[in-house]
Design a protein around this ligand. Structure first.
Ligand code: NAD
Length: 484
């Protein structure tokens, strides 16, 4: 790695101190652009998870638990400032760890700072209410933190996801234990060091690294954890929810998606075109809210297909540092999964267009050319399953009713984009789509710190981001006083 780190990636962060993990084995950090090992991170043991949860509990009983809301807000705002000062270095870390082009990684640094600013400002704005009750009583509610919150995050947008999750949890006064993905832990460790520099009391934030099957599992099943926030795959989400059920604690699940753009024939195609493609290929398609399906009304279908194919033919894939349209996928494993889907698509579907991998892209990097399939039956696997790569399918439809049927016809329900100038249709569609977010004549894959975000169906439940997340990271206590 060509940059001096301000933390030791082989250590874990517990109770405000950097510690050697109980497990001596390390995990290699690979640069997906080159396939080269550029560092290593530590592997926490189950004992370390116990210590992290205990440190969080101690923080709640001590300084952190007594920190007033306004001061929690100031700490988050200070942390936002430190993130801004280190924005370029954080972007470089994320770009090296995940393989995303620097211009996209820079957006992630900006978003992390913005989450901290937003939740810093919101920390003292949420309060309880008084409730009219019987004569002689005063009843009010207190909004309180859950206690110890576990945050298990994936590798695709570590900075953004930790920002929205840990930011909101700290704002409400919880003490957090963060478990980043084994493929991309550097920015979480960097963040812990900045949190300490900002003056966050010991134990308010703890970071344990390692594999999901042991460290993630130890954390999500831990009886000392009072709330679990998980972003990742459906299968792991099911394990997490089962564990939460056994401990009877609340859980927020942000899982996958098969999100549609729905393009009506009165669309302003010129304005829509960059977003129709961009909302899928961002992050090389490894985005839970990627608009991987494009439903197009028949009257404009051929034109949309032709114009999108032109864009695809011009897409370039290469090393993150080169800032092309797409970087590599995160790992050899992810490349295999996506490549298998592309082989399936090529054998059963029509290819509308493909992008190009730059000649100079290192052979050991995990590159996949983005691909657009045309005339895809809505029940085809590529129209139903989340590929998590730069693969987009075009599906024709006749009318609004058919568009809604196809759009709602997967197991998922995360985001939908509706492209039409007809205001009444915009409102009808927004109501009938079974998703957590609808974008009308725009699409915000991953965007919008202020906008509540989450899914229905297998996309998960609970809402993060925006003010809504503060309700999720707190609980209500009702106080009933009889005074005559
Ligand atoms: P994953 O579920 O394999 O891993 C996510 C996290 O869970 C990692 O930190 C991992 O170490 C941990 N983990 C794995 N097994 C575990 C277990 N048994 N117990 C506890 N923790 C465990 O997912 P992934 O491959 O890293 O990420 C890709 C998936 O994440 C995609 O399906 C994508 O749609 C989804 N995702 C969703 C959102 C969203 O906000 N909805 C955002 C990003 C990614």
């Amino acid at each position: 790695m060509q940059q001096t780190l301000w933390f030791d990636p082989k250590k874990i962060f517990i109770g405000g101190a950097w510690q050697d993990p109980g497990n001596a084995a390390t995990i290699a950090v690979e640069d997906p652009s080159t396939g080269e090992v550029v560092g290593e991170i530590g592997q926490a043991s189950a004992d370390d998870v116990d210590k992290a949860v205990a440190a969080a509990q101690l923080a709640l009983e001590g300084d952190w638990g007594r920190t007033p809301a306004v001061e929690r807000g100031r700490l988050l705002t200070r942390l936002a400032q430190l993130v801004k000062e280190r924005a370029e270095e954080l972007a470089f870390l994320e770009s090296t760890d995940v393989g995303k082009p620097m211009k996209q990684a820079r957006n992630d640094s900006v978003a992390l700072a913005r989450y901290l600013e937003f939740y810093g400002g919101a920390a003292d704005k949420l309060h309880g209410t008084t409730i009219p009750y019987q004569e002689g009583f005063t009843v009010y509610t207190l909004r309180e933190p859950h206690g110890v919150t576990a945050h298990i995050i994936p590798w695709n947008y570590p900075m953004q996801i930790l920002g929205r999750s840990v930011g909101a949890a700290l704002a409400m006064g919880n003490a957090c234990v963060l478990k980043p993905a084994e493929d991309a832990s550097l920015s979480s460790l960097a963040f812990a060091a900045l949190a300490a520099e900002a003056g966050l009391p010991a134990g308010a934030l703890n970071v344990v690294t390692g594999y999901g099957a042991d460290v993630g599992r130890a954390l999500s099943t831990h009886p000392g954890v009072d709330h679990v926030s998980f972003t990742g795959s459906v299968l792991t989400g099911q394990h997490i929810q089962e564990a939460a059920a056994r401990n009877v604690v609340p859980v927020t699940l942000e899982l996958g998606g098969k999100s549609p753009h729905i393009v009506f024939d009165d669309v302003d195609l010129e304005a829509a075109l960059p977003t129709l493609v961009g909302a899928c290929i961002q992050g090389a398609g490894q985005t839970c809210s990627a608009a991987s399906r494009v439903l197009v009304q028949r009257g404009i279908y051929d034109e949309v297909r032709r114009r999108m194919a032109e864009v695809y033919a011009g897409l370039r894939v290469g090393p993150a540092a080169e800032n092309l349209d797409l970087g590599p996928l995160v790992s050899a494993k992810q490349k295999k999964i996506v490549s298998d889907y592309i082989v399936l698509g090529k054998s059963e579907l029509t290819v509308a267009a493909e992008g190009v991998i730059a000649d100079r892209a290192p052979a050991a990097g995990h590159y996949v050319a983005p691909i657009l399939f045309a005339d895809v039956p809505p029940d085809h696997r590529l129209a139903q399953e989340e590929v998590f790569g730069p693969v987009q399918v075009l599906i024709p439809f006749d009318d609004e009713a058919e568009a809604i049927r196809i759009a709602n016809g997967t197991d998922y329900g995360l985001v939908a984009g509706v492209w039409t100038r007809d205001g009444a249709r915009q409102m009808r569609m927004a109501r009938r789509l079974n998703v957590g977010q609808v974008f009308i004549n725009n699409y915000g894959a991953g965007g919008g710190v202020e906008l509540p975000f989450g899914g229905v169906g297998k996309s998960g439940h609970g809402r993060e981001k925006g003010f809504e997340a503060l309700y999720g990271f707190s609980r209500l206590k009702t106080v009933t006083a009889q005074h005559g």
